[in-house]
Ligand binder design. Structure first.
Ligand SMILES: CSCCC(=O)C(=O)COP(=O)(O)O
Ligand SMILES: [Zn+2]
Length: 211
């Protein structure tokens, strides 16, 4: 099988798993996987599709600027530029973006502080933070409608080969050195968001302590 075919199947399997979690409501979300570094090319989801369906028009190959790498009638995801920033700046191989109720509510609660912080949580080890007093900070950026502006703001938080950024009242974008790592970070983030919301429901005073 060709390299593109292999990466296509890898991303399609992840898409199916995330769909099983119902993380693509209303056609939201987009996914990407790197195919080559020189030249930089990656597969990205086609825009506006129902990402719960598995079809042979789910992805298209794009270049480092997010432009289709060949002739196609498919349109790359409207948020392809964010994925481009990740592959241009890091050695990440996979990037995932989903909208969930939990990540949206967390981004609104902590949006004015521009970050949500987690401490004393076992699952921050999924972010490679193993020290007992480790702190995980997930940045929150404004949801600029102009995608180049959003991508520029997003890129200021893209330094490591793995990471996560929340876009306020929009969703989360995560990336990792492998698709396994990207998915692990996404699942861990959503666990932490749900935990925090559940905690706030029982102990509203925790809002002040956590930040
Ligand atoms: C209907 S969701 C609004 C667009 C969006 O935020 C998203 O994640 C999906 O856009 P795409 O172009 O990737 O389908
Ligand atoms: Zn989105």
């Amino acid at each position: 099988m060709s390299r593109v075919g292999e990466k296509w199947n890898e991303l399609a399997d992840i898409k199916e798993e995330l769909a099983e979690r119902d993380w693509f409501m209303g056609t939201s979300g987009n996914l990407a996987i790197k195919v080559s570094s020189h030249p930089l090319q990656f597969l990205v989801t086609a825009s506006g599709k129902d990402k719960r369906k598995r079809t042979d028009e789910d992805f298209l190959l794009v270049d480092e600027y997010g432009h289709p790498a060949g002739e196609t009638h498919l349109k790359p995801s409207a948020e392809t530029l964010l994925h481009s920033e990740i592959y241009r700046r890091t050695k990440a191989e996979c990037s995932l973006h989903v909208h969930t109720i939990d990540n949206n509510v967390i981004s609104e609660i902590y949006g004015d502080q521009a970050a949500v912080t987690f401490k004393g949580q076992e699952l921050i080890k999924a972010f490679d933070k193993w020290e007992e007093d480790a702190v995980l900070e997930i940045p929150i950026i404004p949801n600029h409608a102009h995608i180049p502006t959003l991508a520029k703001c997003f890129s200021s938080h893209v330094h490591e080969d793995s990471g996560a950024v929340l876009i306020r009242n929009h969703g989360i974008t995560v990336w990792g050195r492998t698709s396994f790592e990207a998915k692990k970070i996404l699942e861990a983030s959503e666990f932490l968001f749900r935990y925090q919301l559940r905690l706030l429901a029982y102990k509203p005073d925790q809002l002040i302590k956590v930040v």
